[in-house]
Design a binder for this molecule. Sequence first.
Ligand code: HGY
Ligand code: MN
Ligand code: MN
Length: 399
Amino acid sequence: METAEIGGTPKGGVKRLTLTDLDRQVRDWFIDAAKAAGCSISIDEMGNIFATRPGRDNSLAPVACGSHLDTQPTGGKFDGILGVLAGLELIRTLNDVGYETEAPIMVVNWTNEEGSRFAPAMVSSGVYAGAFDLDYAYGRTDREGERLGDALAAIGYRGEDPVGQQKIGSFFELHIEQGPILEAEETTIGVVTGAQGTRWYDVTIVGRESHAGTTPMALRRDALAGAAELILAVERIAKEQSPPGVGTVGEVTIAEPSRNVVPGSVRLTVDMRHPAADALAAMDRQMREALTEIGTRRSLDVDADEIWYSSPLEFDPDCVGLVRAAAERQGLSHQDIVSGAGHDACYLARVLPTAMVFVPCRDGISHNEVEHAELEHCAAGANVLMHAVLARANAPAAG
Ligand code: HGY
Ligand code: MN
Ligand code: MN
């Protein structure tokens, strides 16, 4: 609730876009709190923050937890930060009882998980996992044309450490489900076995600006009318694959909007997701076919540039088992679930043993200012996170 004041909105949400001064403020808050809890801090070239609590054997790779501090423009109080604060609380709890682990414990804040200001999402955990190189990430621009690398330097968080130098033995991420399943099933803990695949596109549709009053309908090359047909095609394609397929157009931009000019150039984003790679590939083909057909019929120049593909994945069975065992030991209702949202854990899973813990959120709503999670669920999730991390940190082959 305290951190939700940093970027708090009148409707009770949080608008704390990545690499803004608000992001700097919450990063500063986190570092102060982690230092006060006895952690050492390191920051890498993507601004990822690693707060480490020593163990008995500091030659072992740390067992990490954490998530992200940035939010969507219509963000809430829990998406991302719950996982970071639960990691901080984990460390404070161990300090309170003087508990020492074999391997070090670490809490991580991953830069720009949301991918809203700078696409793609999870770009910094993606650089860490080798999915993107540093120059690509630094060169991503926001709507005003500012480069990610410059925005990172401007808030003073462009660290010196090469990305990937910070060793991580295994990673556990606590996050709200952001969907309706756990609440509907009245289950407290989601044992996340994997995540669905995601494809993001920048689509451009070019027609011809012309006079709204003098241009006969038959002679128009109306880019926005073409975009409208594509938006409905994305919805149709997703519905045909749903459940579980989903499709969203979240941004539509008319290059030079004017109420009495037929729109000549439109850019829109497409986000399609499905747990099965082949179904997601079929959605890709169908979307491209629809776009081509619209372009031919309406004499529009069309292009779909796929800017991001995050493949469907399964988390590490041993780590998933530790999450399930922790929920069982604490007598918490739990069920396996596949994540509909992307998370930093999805990239970490490519390079090291990783798992996630979900807790319900009210009405399954997220990326919305009303986003809410019950304190008892957050506490239950934090306890499951702690026991999974401790089991891993004290295992003979800890790390
Ligand atoms: O888009 C996502 O799935 C994540 O919330 N960034
Ligand atoms: Mn998130
Ligand atoms: Mn999010």
